[in-house]
Design a protein around this ligand. Structure first.
Ligand SMILES: Nc1ncnc2c1ncn2[C@@H]1O[C@H](COP(=O)(O)OP(=O)(O)OP(=O)(O)O)[C@@H](O)[C@H]1O
Length: 599
């Protein structure tokens, strides 16, 4: 066998082979991608997530990178074939006690092995660069999709809300990018090795008598039958892992979320001494995580037990088949070892698909979870909402209807106009729909219909009972939703004094968990400082002074009126002391009825 191996012309033959293999692989990959994205559900999910990244109109980099990695994979497969022939020469020389042939084969092997190592290291580096870049792009893409049209908030109202979007964006995106690479490139590598080493095995195999018949090229046939039967059984054993992996992600995320909630509400829980209830709730979630972990472990045990047995048996299989021909002098020792190597390669390549079943199960779960998030975002953006149009100088509401999810009316046909400097106070019994009216005006409530014209974008500010304080410095909290650098030191200090938070003036750039440090009343005062610094045209105040005493409430409203005389104010509040600061009163009377009166 090895006598015919012509090393002098091999570099030319290898180059030609690599070129042909490149063209065939790129074409084969294109057809495979077309087929899976057309005929399988997971293929269509992959297309949805991956095609925008590979769009050549966006950038040609990703496609070029894939071609480069394919080229390197092909080159390393070719080098593996050459190495197997070089090793055949080494063992044949040993068998013939030919020292000179032995050392020259070792030198050749060393050169080929060095090229192989260089090729596979370069491929590894490119793969890392490729997957990190893809992950970065997709994370950005998913975050944009989640934020667009306020889907992150409105998705709670869709028919099938998704759990833990945070985990989907952080973990599933990473898994998707890494496994898309490893599964696809692994398949290409396995397919190339399969073809190349089947050819090697073909040349080395001879007829074997089976049940009285001479089976030609028996080594090739037996290897294929062996691995294909094993793969079919493994698919059956491993199939439930897809659903179990899906559950695993969801259950761990919901356990983690319960822990985070406990941390976030630690003070309230500690006041109540609610540890027993919290512990029970955590235990329930964790028990579900562990039950699922055991089901996965037992299923994996079966799959791994089967895979290991198949792999062990495969170690001796080629020697057993080739031994009679070696003893008969039909083949050399080098041929026997090369058979074992080639069988190992064919076996590993075919087994790649069997062994990848586990990863593929996790991969499909990640695809399901990511596309479900995109669907929920899409549905959230399509939820009905009132028409909100821009009006630079007034708040005009026409025929606004607001109802609860159970179709109970909260407000029927509200029509009103407010001009600069005017202020509306909304009152009503608890649950009558005051906050929901503000949500509808902000376009955050899907169960509403009508037209609202108001200053949009940064010219409207909403302040709730507990104003949102973002992570970061006090300056960030003061400027929100504008960037912190827009607020000058002098202005920030002055406003802090105005809202009686002067003691914080030297901590403007201190990064801290401000929503935990500041008392509710201090947080509400900070909210008023934010209004004064942002200077909106319209401000919605939903019980924004509930935690301060009447005197301070008076001072805060007076500040707004003095500093922002043209600003329109819509307040929700219960105290009669608020009446003096509003030009109009709206009373929500229940069952959709309302009454409007000037102050
Ligand atoms: N996300 C929601 N899903 C279902 N029902 C809701 C939701 N949010 C509010 N509701 C219901 O809508 C009604 C109006 O709630 P809203 O918070 O607007 O009342 P409110 O007048 O502001 O009450 P309060 O004075 O107690 O703050 C209530 O019956 C409430 O249960």
């Amino acid at each position: 066998m090895t006598a015919g191996w012509d090393w002098r012309h091999e570099w030319f033959a290898s180059l030609t082979w690599t070129g042909v293999a490149c063209v065939a692989t790129v074409a084969g990959c294109a057809v495979a991608v077309w087929l899976v994205t057309r005929y399988t559900r997971w293929g269509r999910q992959f297309r949805r997530l991956a095609f925008p990244y590979f769009d050549p109109l966006r950038s040609r980099g990703p496609l070029l990178m894939v071609v480069l990695m394919l080229g390197l994979t092909i080159l390393t497969v070719r080098l593996s074939v050459l190495i197997s022939y070089a090793l055949n020469d080494v063992f044949t020389a040993l068998g013939r006690l030919d020292a000179q042939a032995f050392w020259s084969s070792i030198a050749l092997f060393a050169a080929l092995a060095a090229c192989y190592v260089a090729g596979s290291l370069t491929n590894y580096l490119l793969a890392q660069r490729f997957t990190i870049h893809w992950r970065t792009w997709l994370t950005d893409h998913m975050i944009s999709d989640w934020l667009q049209g306020q889907a992150y908030h409105r998705s709670q109202f869709v028919t099938e809300p998704v759990d833990n979007p945070d985990q989907r964006i952080q973990e599933d995106v990473q898994q998707f990018a890494e496994q898309s690479y490893s599964l696809s490139m692994g398949s290409v590598d396995a397919a190339l090795r399969l073809v190349s080493f089947t050819a090697v095995l073909w040349g080395l195999s001879g007829p074997v008598p089976v049940l009285g018949f001479q089976v030609p090229r028996a080594m090739v046939l037996l290897s294929y039958v062996y691995v294909l039967v094993a793969s079919l059984i493994a698919f059956r054993v491993g199939r439930p892992l897809i659903r179990l992996e899906f559950l695993r992600e969801g259950l761990s995320a919901s356990f983690r979320y319960a822990l985070i909630r406990l941390r976030d509400h630690s003070e309230n829980i500690a006041f109540y001494g609610g540890e027993r209830v919290e512990r029970a709730a955590l235990a329930t979630r964790f028990t579900a995580v562990i039950a699922n972990a055991w089901t996965i472990a037992l299923r994996r045990l079966k799959l791994q037990g089967f895979n290991d047995s198949v792999t062990q048996l495969a170690q001796v299989f080629p020697y057993v088949i080739q031994a009679p021909r070696f003893f008969a002098g039909a083949i050399t020792l080098g041929d026997v070892t090369q058979t074992a190597d080639a069988f190992g390669q064919v076996h590993d390549s075919l087994s790649f698909f069997r062994n990848s079943y586990d990863s593929f199960a996790g991969y499909r779960a990640a695809l399901d979870r990511l596309t479900a998030l995109m669907d929920a975002n899409h549905d959230a953006r399509r939820l009905p909402s009132p028409t909100v149009a821009d009006h630079p100088g007034a708040l005009v509401i026409e025929g606004l209807r607001v109802w609860r999810p159970d179709h109970e009316p909260l407000i029927e046909g509200l029509t009103l106009t407010m001009n600069p400097g005017q202020a509306l106070l909304v009152k009503g019994a608890s649950g009558s729909g005051k906050t929901t009216l503000l949500r509808s005006m902000a376009n955050l409530w899907p169960h509403a219909h009508g037209t609202i014209r108001r200053p949009t974008g940064g010219r409207t500010l909403f302040l709730s009972q507990q104003p949102y304080l973002p992570m970061g410095s006090l300056r960030t909290a003061l400027a929100y939703p504008e960037p912190p650098q827009l607020i000058e030191d002098r202005a920030a200090r002055e406003m802090l004094h105005k809202v009686q938070l002067g003691h914080l003036e030297f901590r403007i750039d201190e990064e801290a968990h401000w929503s935990r440090i500041l008392s509710p009343g201090e947080q509400q005062r900070l909210g008023f400082a934010r209004i004064l610094l942002n200077r909106p045209h319209l401000v919605f105040l939903d019980e924004a002074t509930s935690a301060v005493d009447e005197g301070l409430e008076h001072a805060l409203y007076r500040l707004i009126r003095e500093r922002l005389p043209g600003c329109m104010v819509v307040s929700v509040g219960h105290r009669s002391t608020l009446n003096a600061f509003h030009t109009h009163h709206l009373s929500l009377l229940g069952a959709g009825r309302w009454g409007m009166a000037p102050a």
